[in-house]
Design a protein around this ligand. Structure first.
Ligand SMILES: C[S@@+](CC[C@H](N)C(=O)[O-])C[C@H]1O[C@@H](n2cnc3c(N)ncnc32)[C@H](O)[C@@H]1O
Length: 415
């Protein structure tokens, strides 16, 4: 077990590394945006949610002279903050009915977490809304799913699956979560470089690799590419991401890369969801944390799998910095019309359908895309109809309920 992830009650806290701080920062920011956007209706009176931390650890780290909270405490804090924030200026109070399931296979870690939770003032919830479990996540999952289905006829769930390597969250577990629950989201840590470094000819026969789409062709492509340390690795990483997304049951997958200085390796923090809006929120967080995360390849429109344009251009890293946003907008202005034309059905497409189609393949947030579509409408490439079917003035703010149509003149010309 890595030294920096060892907890015992009454023992000094492990030191935290830079990439773990960033990972926790993204988790924390995402949860804040999540709660702000899942309750858009001021009349909603209750939000049912289960927060599962499948690899919860001992709850805190030493960060220089300060304490850095680990993922379970971040989950508890996010709900507490959301309760206060969302109830400000509300006539009818919003009740957040949150349940927490914290799982770790190491009993010392659970004992240390119990202590942390108590020290932070949540001790009276243990055994009530907080359940602490010493178990292997994959083995515990069927029980967790049964409980969620029993306790929340409707409701949401977030699974934080911060495993050490890549083998403790089997694809079968991910698939089950997406097939059995109503609106789940998964935030998964995956040691993508270790995975590739361990690949051997014989790996294609092993289930631990096969479940991620590794076969003989995958391994021979990897062997052909890997001598090019940066590019070959990037191409294979993308293929692996694409396989995970395809088999997960989640339509939306946001893979962002996190560099571990100590191991000299890329880790992946992947967000999986069934809704474009959720992906959009996570993308917003990645833009926010700019330099902490790097996303391979171009940011405008790309494909997750093997993209031949990568070979042609050997694209640079896309790093969520300001200059990348400017480049991304220019690229989208050039590329989006073709994508929109490809989606047209009877000369029209809803913004919602367009987002579903391209959402997985761009680092642009909906806000960026709406800006580009507004520009295209100003240039009379398209016209915009409101949800009620009335023509909107070019330059008016785009909304998800709008539709794009070909301009009247062009349609006449085509007739
Ligand atoms: C990377 S640490 C988690 C750190 C934690 N998420 C945080 O933010 O502080 C991984 C944890 O998973 C636990 N673990 C390892 N294998 C496991 C398994 N199969 N099921 C559940 N927990 C496991 C380890 O004991 C360790 O505490």
């Amino acid at each position: 077990m890595p030294e920096n992830f060892q907890w015992s009650p009454n023992k000094p806290l492990p030191k935290i590394e830079e990439h773990s701080i960033r990972k926790l920062d993204v988790l924390s920011k995402y949860l804040d945006v999540y709660f702000d956007t899942v309750v858009p209706n001021p009349r909603t009176e209750r939000l049912n949610i289960t927060l599962v931390d499948g690899f919860c650890g001992g709850g805190a780290y030493q960060k220089n002279d300060c304490i850095q909270q680990g993922s379970p405490l971040i989950l508890l804090r996010a709900v507490e903050d959301a309760r206060i924030r969302l109830n400000r200026n509300r006539e009818k109070p919003l009740e957040i009915n949150a349940r927490y399931i914290f799982v770790d296979s190491n009993d010392n870690h659970i004992a240390a977490l119990r202590e942390q939770i108590t020290d932070e003032g949540y001790g009276d919830q243990i055994g009530g809304s907080i359940s602490l479990r010493v178990a292997e996540f994959a083995e515990e999952l069927p029980r967790i799913l049964r409980e969620i289905r029993t306790n929340q006829r409707v409701g949401r769930s977030i699974f934080v699956l911060d495993q050490f390597g890549y083998s403790d969250v089997p694809m079968a577990s991910i698939k089950t979560i997406f097939s059995e629950l109503d609106r789940p989201e998964i935030i998964l840590t995956f040691a993508i470089d270790s995975f590739l470094n361990y690949l051997r000819e014989e790996s294609a026969a092993l289930e631990v690799y096969r479940q991620f789409g590794v076969n003989d062709a995958f391994i021979s492509d990897w062997n052909a590419n890997k001598s090019d340390e940066a590019f070959g690795r990037m191409v294979t990483q993308r293929l692996l991401m694409s396989n995970i997304q395809r088999d997960s049951g989640a339509e939306f997958f946001t893979p962002f890369m996190l560099w571990s200085r100590t191991d000299n390796r890329w880790m992946m923090l992947a967000h999986l969801s069934r809704h474009q809006a959720a992906r959009d929120k996570m993308l917003g967080v990645h833009w926010d944390t700019q330099n902490s995360f790097r996303h391979f390849g171009r940011g405008s429109l790309f494909s997750l799998g093997f993209d031949t344009r990568l070979i042609e251009s050997k694209d640079a890293l896309f790093s969520f910095a300001d200059q990348d946003r400017t480049r991304l907008e220019a690229e989208l202005l050039a590329e989006l019309p073709k994508e929109i034309h490809a989606c047209l059905n009877d000369d029209s497409v809803s913004i919602e359908a367009l987002l579903e189609k391209i959402g997985n393949r761009t680092a642009a947030t909906n806000h960026d895309l709406f800006g580009v579509i507004t520009e295209l409408a100003r240039a009379r490439e398209f016209e915009v109809l409101s949800g009620k079917g009335t023509l909107k003035r070019a330059g008016t703010r785009i909304q998800t309920s709008d539709r794009l149509i070909l301009p009247a003149q062009r349609t006449l010309f085509q007739l």
